[in-house]
Design a protein around this ligand. Structure first.
Ligand SMILES: Nc1ncnc2c1ncn2[C@@H]1O[C@H](COP(=O)(O)OP(=O)(O)OP(=O)(O)O)[C@@H](O)[C@H]1O
Length: 593
């Protein structure tokens, strides 16, 4: 999408709506306090004028009544109190509201990341959008709201000040407007340039972050040390960072030089006005108090005008950057076209019909023309060389991707028409790159089926099937021990023990009709693997199972072997049939012996 640089009213309104919805009460309180603070600069002018004139009267006339002096002093004290108290309350209210806005935005982000189709996570364009949205969204909506409030406050103040200043000469109003225009123009110009720059360099910024993660993250710390990669990664990090910094620096430098030039112009105009006011005082046309009031009004008008321009340009800037957030927010969530239930029980089979698949942004077919029928209750082994498409086929079965061409059915139901929650309930899976959760052992298993009641026996049964029960019982707090290294009193597991935990998680979903195990035994020791194989018929009892494996012992569990090669199915049959064929499977078995 080509970025438009216009201050779009829609985004502004959408942002205001968002801020309002995050907390209507605090939005209202904030608006009231800001309005009150809009009058304060004008009050200051009158207080100062009053003070100078009253003190002046006392100096020239000793017999003047002290009452006027006391009243003015009381007024001054009240003014300073109002200014200080409303300032403190205003900061407190803004802090409170920014919490609400941030929570609201986080909520939108989380809902989006939970529900958008998985394909977005495998798409680098999406990563750019996500990065920009996350970077900007945390503070910009609240800032837009404050800019608008501040804009209203400053507009109110400037109108009141201009009324005061117009008493010097009406021409001051157009003069002030002309002196501010170049500053405003410059700010808008550089905001647009900065936005364009950030949009065009998101990928570079992400690369800098990536190298920073390589240098600081736990996951990379081991290889960084054993391969001595610190220097190499640091060099890459510095290279990309330096490049970005230089470009940003030259942008900021040009902005500052131009700003100084236009400030000189504004200062010259200000000097001219000051000279005019002094002349009026010297000629006796105005009192010393009024001169002081005019000077203060002028100084104030200039700073409020600067503030006003700042508000307008930061509104413009925030609005541009918020386009990123709305771009992310408007990513379509995977349509729940699927409203159908998963057939329970499966009557006949799961069927791939001419299924082909390409990953987002990839030109290569990861699966091509797959025709496969998996009969209910059978165990299928997917075998084949690396990159032949086995995991991709599993991802389609899990509903993470939809076929680019062809169709996937269970009985008469198209896979795409089945709801996500039905797929999740009926499919239990352990991926090659299973997750390690830094939560208790029990919760690690229960994540396999969050609908089930908390029954310690069922958790233990899944752990027994995965061969991890004894280990968990011996942990300091048994099944309640937190796993991993992130938190205090946690217990770290070995890779194989984590894999057994992940297996227990998938076995815990006893409601699942389809069980998918992608390289389930890759990290298991021989005894655990043997035990798993012995229990396998119990685990998959009444279920359809798909195992992806390179291990002969695991492959042997299957009723049907599917051999994949170059994104297609090369051979299908029972182990005996394929051995008799003396094709790829036969050669594979021979090489594994
Ligand atoms: N996220 C992705 N984006 C683009 N291409 C991908 C992605 N994941 C995998 N591929 C490509 O799809 C092809 C099939 O990959 P897949 O992971 O299905 O192979 P596999 O048979 O499971 O391999 P292995 O035995 O190594 O696990 C590979 O050529 C790979 O380059």
């Amino acid at each position: 999408m080509k970025p438009s640089n216009k201050l779009t009213l829609n985004h502004l309104l959408e942002t205001l709506h968002l801020v309002y919805r995050s907390s209507p009460k605090w939005t209202f309180i904030n608006a009231i306090i800001t309005s009150i603070r809009g009058f304060i600069p004008l009050l200051l002018l009158f207080v100062v004028k009053q003070l100078i004139d009253v003190v002046g009267t006392h100096v020239t006339n000793n017999t003047a009544s002290p009452e006027a002096l006391y009243t003015t002093l009381a007024l001054t004290a009240a003014f300073f109190l109002l200014n200080a108290v409303s300032g403190s309350i205003s900061s407190l209210v803004r802090e409170r509201q920014s919490h609400f806005v941030n929570d609201y935005i986080q909520d939108i982000i989380h809902k989006k990341t939970i529900h958008i189709a998985y394909r977005f996570f495998e798409d680098s364009d999406y990563q750019n959008i996500f990065y920009r949205a996350l970077n900007d969204s945390s503070y910009r909506p609240a800032r837009i709201f404050y800019s608008l409030l501040q804009l209203a406050q400053n507009t109110l103040t400037i109108i009141l000040l201009l009324i005061v200043l117009s008493q010097i000469h009406w021409a001051l109003i157009p003069i002030l407007a002309v002196s501010s225009a170049p500053v405003f123009y410059l700010r808008i110009l550089y905001t647009r340039r900065l936005y364009k720059y950030r949009k065009n360099h998101t990928e570079d910024e992400r690369r800098v972050h990536y190298f920073n993660r390589l240098l600081t993250g736990k996951d990379f710390a081991k290889e960084l040390r054993v391969f001595n990669l610190g220097k190499t990664f640091k060099k890459e990090y510095e290279h990309f960072k330096h490049d970005l910094r230089n470009k940003q620096w030259s942008l900021s430098k040009r902005k500052t030089i131009n700003e100084i030039a236009v400030q000189l112009f504004s200062t010259a105009i200000l000097l001219f006005i000051i000279a005019f006011v002094i002349k009026q005082t010297v000629e006796g046309n105005i009192s010393a108090g009024t001169m002081a009031m005019y000077f203060l009004a002028l100084q104030r008008a200039y700073s409020v005008l600067q503030g006003l321009l700042g508000n307008l340009s930061s509104l413009y800037e925030d609005n541009l950057f918020l386009k990123n957030f709305f771009e992310f927010k408007n990513i379509e969530v995977k349509r729940e076209v699927g409203t159908e239930s998963f057939p329970n029980p499966i009557i006949n089979h799961i069927k791939f019909e001419n299924v082909s698949f390409k990953y987002p942004n990839s030109r290569k077919w990861a699966l091509q023309n797959i025709n496969l029928t998996i009969q209910k209750g059978k165990t299928i082994a997917l075998v084949g060389e690396n990159g032949s498409g086995k995991t991709t086929l599993v991802k389609l079965l899990c509903g993470l991707h939809e076929p680019t061409e062809g169709q996937l059915h269970v009985d008469q139901h198209n896979w795409n028409n089945i709801s996500n929650s039905e797929l999740a309930n009926n499919i239990s899976v352990i991926f090659q790159d299973f997750m390690l959760y830094n939560i208790s052992a029990k919760e690690n298993i229960r994540l396999g089926n969050t609908h089930r009641k908390d029954e310690p026996e069922s958790v233990a049964a899944a752990a027994v099937s995965a061969g991890i029960d004894q280990l968990f019982n011996n942990l300091p707090h048994g099944y309640d021990t937190t796993l991993g290294t992130l938190f205090k009193d946690s217990q770290m597991l070995s890779r194989g023990e984590w894999q057994r935990t992940a297996l227990a998680r998938s076995f815990y979903n006893t409601d699942a009709q389809l069980i998918i195990l992608d390289e389930p035994t890759s990290s298991l020791d021989a005894f655990t693997e043997a035990s798993l194989i012995n229990h396998f018929s119990d685990i998959v009892k009444d279920k359809t199972a798909i195992i992806v494996s390179h291990r002969l012992s695991t492959i042997k569990l299957a009723d049907i072997i599917v051999v994949m090669k170059n994104a297609s199915i090369a051979e299908v049959g029972s182990p005996e049939e394929l051995i008799a064929q003396k094709g790829i499977y036969f050669q594979m078995i021979e090489s594994l012996k």
